[in-house]
Design a protein around this ligand. Sequence first.
Ligand SMILES: Cc1cc2nc3c(=O)[nH]c(=O)nc-3n(C[C@H](O)[C@H](O)[C@H](O)COP(=O)(O)OP(=O)(O)OC[C@H]3O[C@@H](n4cnc5c(N)ncnc54)[C@H](O)[C@@H]3O)c2cc1C
Length: 421
Amino acid sequence: MKESEKHISHFDIVVIGGGASGMMAAGTAAARGKRVCIVEKNNELGKKLKITGGGRCNITNATYDIHALLSMYGKAHKFLYTPFSLFGVNDTFRFFEERGLPLVVEAGNRAFPHTHNAHDVFRVLEKYCIDNGVVVMLDAPVERMVMCRTKARIDAIETSKGSITARAYIFATGGASHPETGSTGDAFHWLKDMGHTVTPPSPNIVPLRTAESWVHTLSGVSVDSMKITFLVDGVKKFHKTGKILFTHFGLSGPLILNSAHTIADMLHEGVVTASVDVVPHLAHGDLDKHIQEIFSEHKNKNFKNVAEYIAPHGMAVSLMMMPGMPLSDTKVHSITKEERKHIVHTLKDMRCTITGLMGMDKAVVSDGGVPLGDIDLKTMRSRLVDNLYITGDLLHINRPSGGYSLQLCWTTGWIAGSCAE
Ligand SMILES: Cc1cc2nc3c(=O)[nH]c(=O)nc-3n(C[C@H](O)[C@H](O)[C@H](O)COP(=O)(O)OP(=O)(O)OC[C@H]3O[C@@H](n4cnc5c(N)ncnc54)[C@H](O)[C@@H]3O)c2cc1C
């Protein structure tokens, strides 16, 4: 096919990537009367959005105080006041509620659509785009940028279906987590070629791998309140209390996912271990008393039949695997005081070695991307390339789980869509 035959069309604005931030950007730009096209490599829009929050979509975090909200975004907080003033949490609520999707707020200020269905969030954005006349091009991976020879501008993009020209381009191709959803980090290469600094993506908000089999044995067990202390080369670094989920490869659950960023750094410093206190609500002495009561009530039973009264639900099997435990058929009345003290100590300090983070396929987001200093955050325009705007997970912003990632998508997508010219 000749180059001229492959040329498709000209638009005011082309949005590359039809995920959360891309759809918000496209609909907003089209609502201003711009001719907008979304170019998406999948055969559907919003593939990742549809699996967010376990299918329920934790759409934002209802922290209305802007300073409290900013404090959740690590070092990026100092850059984000302006964007969140332009489109903040209140605006997210208003945007979805005006379009017939009320939000409800749950523990930790996590906001969800009242239907608890991520597809409903997707449908609001899809309608926003379609009603405003956005042209959607599916199955069209963007392969290459065509740069202007004389100025720092994009002249055209080449897709598998031909080239497209526009006055402005919005990159919304996401990060590199869950690559099966289409986010494979493509734009990081283009941005680097254009002179942007790009910190290579690494998994973040991600479960941890552990070495010990007692952890793997508990696969599927989750305990609502445990205290976990992380150590490097035996020195305590930090602790958290909350819900932990055991998996066949290690540890997961919100507390673990939100610790991953810090643990990644600690893994460079030395051997990282976790000390899990499975009964944080009882001090050593109280736990000992509690176990004595259980032992006197069941003194003629085997240890294995009593372990389940001592350990949190589902954890007896692992307690019995720990070094120094009485044998499973030991009669409770023959357990010595030293052995009982050892049981107490073990329940307060179950150790495992953290061998690493799980990969991109298990990560909620990737760390890395374009530093905020490279972007004019009043418009989301690149400071290096005149007609380029950047949104969503492409930006280097560390944040925990809890709706903070999607809020960034709504904010940056709305600003880019409002400002791209
Ligand atoms: C399992 C999971 C659960 C999550 N749950 C939550 C949650 O409950 N709350 C929350 O706040 N955040 C959550 N997140 C994070 C959130 O989903 C992301 O922050 C958000 O989707 C990022 O949006 P985006 O627009 O930047 O990119 P994406 O949503 O990743 O969209 C990028 C799009 O660009 C397309 N694309 C990529 N390369 C090309 C190319 N070369 N050509 C054309 N198109 C391309 C992709 O196919 C994709 O459709 C979750 C993430 C995961 C993986």
